[in-house]
Design a protein around this ligand. Structure first.
Ligand SMILES: Nc1nc2c(ncn2[C@@H]2O[C@H](COP(=O)(O)OP(=O)(O)OP(=O)(O)O)[C@@H](O)[C@H]2O)c(=O)[nH]1
Ligand SMILES: [Mg+2]
Length: 213
């Protein structure tokens, strides 16, 4: 039997300014996190295609980039925060762009917060997670660059992350998973998770009306 092909991804909109942000509807998954966490690289690994620009220097992605993936699902590459070399003005414009972006997010949007697997959840991440929860959004953690961990580091990180995630919301602990765009660890499972999420959103919630290229 012929294997069902994953839909072809396509970039549909790039927004540098709040006024350029499109209205969003339907299944929308965001890739958020500190600069250099590996958001654009992970998107490319999921898509099996180099659509998003990547750099070894933080601050590569400066616009909010919308990718359509099949008829119902949109994935969004969000510019990273915490990039120390940015000027005050650039940080302020990032903040304004992000606030507008979060205001426009549709109900049920899935926020994937990426963090280098060697980092702990810091105040910045905790503040962001709480702000997203306050908006009723779902948050999941992705621990990137898992290829950097040896077996014993990995066990130590697992224990630390389980502890931190359980403490962040005892009644509904944050979920997390290791991923590596380099070795492919966790990528197939994440791809399936996203495609499944895309199918869960009711057909009655139209998507992409306003995301025409
Ligand atoms: N070893 C390893 N390196 C990775 C992995 N994912 C990303 N990188 C590297 O991390 C660096 C930053 O990756 P990006 O994908 O540009 O990070 P980003 O989060 O999009 O960064 P901004 O656009 O600045 O927000 C690049 O040098 C990537 O090659 C991974 O899984 N393993
Ligand atoms: Mg990027």
């Amino acid at each position: 039997m012929k294997k069902k092909q994953a839909p072809l991804p396509q970039i549909v909109t790039t927004s540098y300014l709040p006024d350029q942000l499109p209205p969003m509807r339907g299944a929308t998954a965001l890739f958020l996190g500190r600069s250099n966490a590996g958001k654009s690289t992970l998107l490319n690994a999921i898509f099996k295609k180099d659509l998003a620009r990547v750099s070894k220097f933080p601050g590569k992605t400066r616009s909010v980039n919308f990718y359509r993936w099949g008829p119902k699902l949109t994935l969004v590459d969000v510019p990273g925060y915490g990039f120390a070399q940015r000027s005050r003005e650039e940080r302020d414009s990032w903040q304004i762009l992000m606030e507008r972006f979060f205001d426009l997010l549709p109900e049920g949007a899935l926020c994937l917060l990426l963090m280098d697997c060697k980092r702990d959840l810091e105040d910045e991440e905790v503040g962001l997670i709480e702000a997203l929860w306050d908006r009723g959004l779902n948050v999941e953690l992705l621990l990137t660059k898992a290829d950097h961990l040896n077996q014993s580091d990995r066990e130590a990180r697992k224990r630390a992350l389980d502890r931190q995630c359980a403490a962040s919301k005892p009644e509904n602990p944050l979920t997390w998973r290791f991923v590596s765009a380099k070795t492919g660890e966790g990528i197939d499972a994440l791809r399936r998770h996203l495609l499944h999420y895309g199918k869960e959103i009711p057909i009655s919630a139209p998507n992409h009306d306003s995301l025409r290229p």
